[in-house]
Write a protein that binds this ligand. Structure first.
Ligand SMILES: Nc1ncnc2c1ncn2[C@@H]1O[C@H](COP(=O)(O)OP(=O)(O)OP(=O)(O)O)[C@@H](O)[C@H]1O
Ligand SMILES: [Mg+2]
Length: 333
């Protein structure tokens, strides 16, 4: 995997300075802790976890919108923050992000034509208005906004949520990317529209051979989009389990993954009724400003081993091939 990796995270951590307490003192809050990850060319990696666990921060680090506090992010083997201007420009062209909210990610004062042609002019891909128009029509067609002439001179507010997200996807394609971070790209949309957008992303992946980091809090979506890829489960800024999607779904190892899977409703009510909910020790998620010692999940974990899980951070173990878990239950297996 290493030699064909497109993106690698090497012991990456990210802290923000935040105000805390009633007197508003400043504190460092570590949002991502010691994250190492390698994403292969053409792969789909789904990053799942609860709200606030650091998924968007990971996405922003990968596309170079924010800088890690420590550690390195490599694009095709090169540290992005040591690149020269030319290399950095190429990397920023190759790695794109689709944001969560199609209502705020498109500038309301610009027409679709301007939104999609701006990066084309900026990177010298088109020189004239007629060239740009032709390319924008092509892009709209590619994301199934057809006939494209009906959309090109509209404003975002004249489009539905699903249509806006298609424009956001078209924008991510303007520069022929190699890697796309889709950050909750379908979460804000109606259920009926979600699947058609997922189908579109899947088709683009095949047609353009794009690598995806698919961020979602919804394991069912990860299962649907990333069945042939891998799932990484994040809890409070750390990956607790990672492996091929079918393995993680059918044989979850980490107690947190098991708890997340329990929360997915089944199509068959019989199966839902037979699912025994896992009794967590606590429903409260610890604050990032005050993480418990040892494994961050230990205060909630029903299988917690006193004296171990509350003292040490578990390593990544590989109890089955390519399926890794950071949990003491698998030490030595
Ligand atoms: N610029 C920032 N300054 C301070 N804190 C931040 C900043 N960006 C993110 N955070 C904090 O970092 C934590 C992780 O945020 P992040 O947006 O990465 O989570 P997430 O997993 O994407 O959540 P969600 O599912 O709600 O989108 C949160 O506690 C958030 O408040
Ligand atoms: Mg987010």
């Amino acid at each position: 995997m290493e030699d064909r990796a497109i993106i690698q995270l090497d012991h990456v951590s990210k802290s923000f300075t935040v105000r805390s307490g009633i007197f508003g003192g400043r504190k460092h809050m570590q949002v991502i802790g010691d994250l190492s990850l390698s994403i292969g060319k053409g792969e789909v990696l789904c990053l799942v976890g609860e709200s606030g666990c650091g998924k968007t921060t990971t996405g922003k680090l990968i596309v170079g919108l924010i800088k890690p506090t420590s550690g390195k992010i490599l694009f095709e083997g090169k540290d992005i923050w040591s690149m020269n201007n030319e290399e950095f420009k190429n990397y920023r062209k190759a790695v794109q992000i689709i944001h969560q909210d199609p209502y705020s990610s498109l500038n309301p004062v610009h027409r679709i034509y301007n939104i999609l042609s701006a990066p084309l002019f900026r990177h010298g891909i088109v020189k004239s208005k007629s060239e740009a128009e032709e390319k924008v029509l092509e892009l709209l067609d590619r994301v199934d906004l057809t006939p494209p002439r009906d959309f090109i001179y509209k404003y975002p507010h004249q489009l539905s949520g699903g249509q806006r997200q298609r424009v956001a996807i078209a924008r991510s394609l303007t520069l022929n990317p190699k890697f796309i971070v889709a950050d909750e790209a379908v979460s804000m949309l109606d259920v009926s529209i979600r699947l058609s957008i997922i189908e579109l992303l899947r088709r683009l992946k095949e047609e353009m051979n794009v690598t995806f980091l698919f961020i979602t809090h919804d394991l069912a979506m990860a299962k649907y989009f990333g069945w042939e890829g891998r799932i990484a489960v994040m809890y409070l800024g750390r990956i607790v389990e990672i492996g091929p999607t079918p393995r993680v779904i059918e044989n979850p190892l980490h107690p947190y993954t098991k708890a997340l899977l329990m929360a997915i409703p089944e199509a068959d009510p019989q199966v839902t009724r037979s699912k025994k909910p896992m009794q967590l020790r606590s429903l409260d998620i610890p604050s990032l400003l005050n993480l418990p010692p040892g494994c961050s999940f230990n205060p909630r974990c029903p299988f917690w081993i006193e004296g171990t899980c509350d003292r040490e951070v578990p390593n990544m173990y590989e109890p089955e091939k390519d399926h890794y878990v950071s949990c003491f239950l698998f030490r030595g297996k």
